[in-house]
Every structure is written in structure tokens, then in C-alpha cells.
Design a protein around this ligand. Structure first.
Ligand SMILES: C[S@@+](CC[C@H](N)C(=O)[O-])C[C@H]1O[C@@H](n2cnc3c(N)ncnc32)[C@H](O)[C@@H]1O
Length: 420
């Protein structure tokens, strides 16, 4: 494709994504479905350019002020993630001159906001939360996340999968904390590999794997994944149960539960029971009250721990939306807790970095529910063969992961045991 035609497409894609009325990954996928003729390299340039704009939107919007022509074209040129030569082929002489000028600006001297690229409310919330970790986080989320895999221990061993990936020309390292994880640099096409098709691996961030390790369901138990979504954690839990017992995968979204089905088929699990619920007080939950050994509440949240993958969330979340989520999180946790039998384990988790969605929810639940005793995450993770657990837990005994410290998405989890 002629460079200018591709830059025109990048301009159009950015116009759609920057409306911010839908998740960026959904807009990008729909765009690619409409433009089927695009090759893998063209798709890569378009998607990564779009994500680069979302990551550093304030900086690029500032630098774009001086140019002319469509704003989105200037943003695409500034954030271009293909080759420089290709981009030059797309730009007119004036545009090239402008780009060279703005690219020579010393970015380290720009105001703070143009260096962290957060809206004000979020910058102050994250500074409060992270202190000295704020700037390391900014740096960590400007980079792409690595690709983590979870080896399906029902079907394969980690060393064998690593060797098979090596034979396919894909270098993988073992993950530092999860006993089932492999980490790959870059984004090789895995879907066509035999080991993927037969369900030996699933794509799953190491942090998500650690949540399953914290729930630690055993053979033959009754387990509920309360907010199962597309079932990333369900599959990990089912494998830990060695395909025995009963694992209910609840969610209010039929669409998300539908995406679980092909993954379930690949995984070889037959102990999973997906169930659509209307809301957290659905009758199905009342029927199972007091009967369940382990419950995971992977609560709907702001997703701000996933900014490496979803940089649009910085611009799509708001304090009001987070307050609404907080109410939902409280309700779902209180309802899910009723499922547990005495001695049972409850885990509340989010992929948020914000205290209001994490500690605040856990503390309020603990105060209102003396029948639940806090369970320290460290020993529980160690019992699941997680490694270097001291690096993963807080003084209060919560699991807390950060992109800049652990190279995972940001996660929080609190656990309790129901008193007998
Ligand atoms: C963080 S996502 C879950 C991700 C999933 N556990 C995974 O590992 O792929 C939160 C999920 O909660 C679901 N949800 C929202 N409200 C709910 C409710 N009241 N009861 C149960 N699930 C709910 C959403 O549909 C969404 O799929």
C-alpha cells in the first residue's frame, strides 16, 4: 500500500478511536474487519500507532498544535510506529519540516502533565497511591506488555512447552513468580501452533495466574468464579482442580461467557459449568448459599492496572464511573460471600491500581463481616508453589502487583476464610 494511503487509514482509525465512546481494541478490531486487505505489517503499524497516541495523548496533542492539516494525521505522524522512511514517503515537504522541528523539542523540559500523560484526577490518585513509584509506573506503561502464557498442567509440562516453543523459533522464559508461566518477548502468532490448538497453553498475564494460585482450589471441591467473563481465571482454576469437582463460572454477560466456550473446549476441562446470572442476587446464588468451598470475585473494575494493554482507559474512566464501580464491587462481594461454607476461602480481586477499588472495599467488607477471617496471601501463595512471594504481598497480607515492580498488569487481591 502507498505510504500516504496507509497514513490516511491511520488518520481515519484515530478519528474513530479518539471519540473514546468504545474500547480502543474493539474499534481497532472492527476497523480491521472492514479493511480485510491489510497485511500483518500494515495492521501492526496502524494498531501500534493508535496505541502510541493513546499512551502519550497529551504530549502529542501539544506537539501537534503547530502543524496544519487534519489533527489526527498530525497525531499519527508524531506517534508513527512503522519505519521512518515509510512515513517520509507519506508526508509532504512542509509536513516533513514540521515533524523534524517538533521532534527536536527537548521533551524532558516540558511541563509535568505532558510527561506523565494522565488526566489530572488520575495523576493525583496515582501519586497518592504510588508515591515514588509514580514515575516508574509512567515509564512502565509506555511500553508494550510482554506476552505471558499459562501452561495447562492437565495437558503439558512447562519445560516441554518451553522446548516446543523453542523448536518453533519462539524464545520463552519462565515467569519469576507463577509456577505455570512462560514469558515471550514480542507478539508471535501462536494461534496456529499445535501446542496452542490442542490446549497446552493459554495466553494469560502472570498476575492473573497468581490470582488462581491464591484461590488454590483442590480436587473435588465446589468452586465459584463469580465474575468469570471470558474465563481466563476459570480455566486456571479448573486445571488446579485436576478436572474434578464442580466449578461454576458466573457472569452477567452472555457475550463474555460465550467467549469462554472455545477456550473451554481446547482446555480439556469437563468440570466447568458456565451460568448466566441476571445480577449478583440471582436465585442461583441463593440456592448455592453456604455450599461452596472457594469463591473468586474478580470484580468489574476500572482496569487501570492494564494500562500497558488498554491505554484508552486513562481517558475513558472518570471519578464518577469509579464511584459507581465501588458500589457494584461492594454489592458483588457481599453477595458472593454468602456462597461460602464454614472454612471456605473467599478471594476479592481487581486489576485496578486505586485504593478505592482495592483496600477500601476489602476493609469495609472485613468490618461488616466478622464471620470472615483475613487470610494472609503470602503463605497461601507459597503453598501453591508461587515463587518469591515476599515480593508480592503487602504488610496487610494482600497480594499487590504493579507493572513497574513485577512486570505484570496491576492487580490487587484480598483473601478471607469463613470461620467455622
Ligand atoms: C474483571 S472482569 C472478569 C475477567 C475474568 N475473570 C477473566 O479472568 O477473564 C469482570 C466481569 O464481571 C462481570 N460482572 C459485572 N457485574 C457482575 C455481577 N453483578 N455479577 C457477576 N459478574 C458481573 C463482567 O461482565 C465482567 O465479565
Amino acid at each position: 500500500m502507498h505510504p500516504n494511503a496507509l497514513l490516511d487509514l491511520a488518520t481515519e482509525l484515530l478519528r474513530q478511536v479518539l471519540k473514546l465512546d468504545q474500547p480502543a481494541d474493539a474499534v481497532v478490531s472492527a476497523f480491521f474487519r472492514k479493511h480485510r486487505g491489510l497485511g500483518p505489517r500494515e495492521r501492526h503499524s496502524l494498531a501500534e500507532t493508535t496505541y502510541a497516541v493513546l499512551r502519550q495523548r497529551l504530549l502529542f496533542a501539544h506537539l501537534a498544535q503547530s502543524g496544519s492539516g487534519a489533527l489526527e494525521r498530525r497525531l499519527a505522524a508524531l506517534a508513527w510506529q512503522g519505519s521512518d522512511n515509510f512515513l517520509r514517503g507519506a508526508l509532504g515537504t512542509q509536513e516533513q519540516k514540521w515533524l523534524a522541528e517538533v521532534q527536536s523539542i527537548d521533551r524532558a523540559g516540558l511541563p509535568e502533565k505532558l510527561r506523565h500523560n494522565f488526566p489530572d484526577w488520575l495523576a493525583s490518585a496515582l501519586k497518592n497511591e504510588l508515591g515514588d513509584g509514580f514515575w516508574p509506573l509512567v515509564e512502565a506503561i509506555e511500553k508494550q506488555a510482554p506476552l505471558d502464557l499459562r501452561v495447562n498442567t492437565l495437558k503439558a509440562k512447562r519445560d516441554d512447552v518451553r522446548a516446543a516453543l523453542g523448536e518453533a523459533g519462539i524464545e520463552a522464559e519462565t515467569t519469576p513468580y507463577s509456577p505455570w508461566g512462560l514469558r515471550i518477548d514480542g507478539k508471535p502468532a501462536l494461534q496456529k501452533l499445535d501446542l496452542f490448538i490442542r490446549g497446552d497453553v493459554e495466553v494469560q498475564d502472570e498476575g492473573s495466574q497468581l490470582l488462581a494460585a491464591l484461590v488454590a482450589p483442590k480436587r473435588g471441591e465446589m468452586v465459584v468464579d463469580f465474575c468469570a467473563g471470558a474465563g481466563g481465571k476459570t480455566l486456571a482454576l479448573g486445571a488446579l482442580m485436576r478436572n474434578t469437582g464442580r466449578l461454576y463460572a458466573f457472569d452477567v454477560s452472555a457475550h463474555r461467557l460465550d467467549s469462554l466456550k472455545p477456550r473451554l473446549a481446547r482446555s480439556g476441562l469437563s468440570n466447568v459449568y458456565p451460568a448466566l446470572i441476571a445480577h449478583e442476587r440471582d436465585d442461583r446464588i441463593k440456592r448455592l448459599a453456604g455450599k461452596i468451598d472457594r469463591v473468586l470475585v474478580d470484580a468489574p473494575c476500572s482496569g487501570l492496572g492494564t494500562l500497558r494493554r488498554n491505554p484508552d482507559l486513562k481517558w475513558r474512566q472518570s471519578p464518577k464511573a469509579i464511584e459507581e464501580l465501588n458500589a457494584k464491587q461492594r454489592d458483588i462481594l457481599a453477595s458472593a460471600a454468602r456462597l461460602l461454607k464454614p472454612g471456605g476461602r473467599l478471594v476479592y480481586a481487581t486489576c485496578s491500581l486505586l485504593r478505592s477499588e482495592n483496600e477500601a472495599i476489602a476493609e469495609a467488607f472485613g468490618e461488616a463481616h466478622p464471620e470472615f477471617e483475613p487470610l494472609a496471601a503470602g503463605p497461601a501463595l507459597a503453598a501453591s508453589q508461587a515463587e518469591r512471594v515476599d515480593e508480592l504481598v503487602t504488610e496487610a497480607g494482600h497480594l499487590k502487583l504493579r507493572p513497574h515492580q513485577h512486570a505484570t498488569d496491576g492487580f490487587f487481591a484480598a483473601a478471607w476464610q469463613r470461620r467455622a
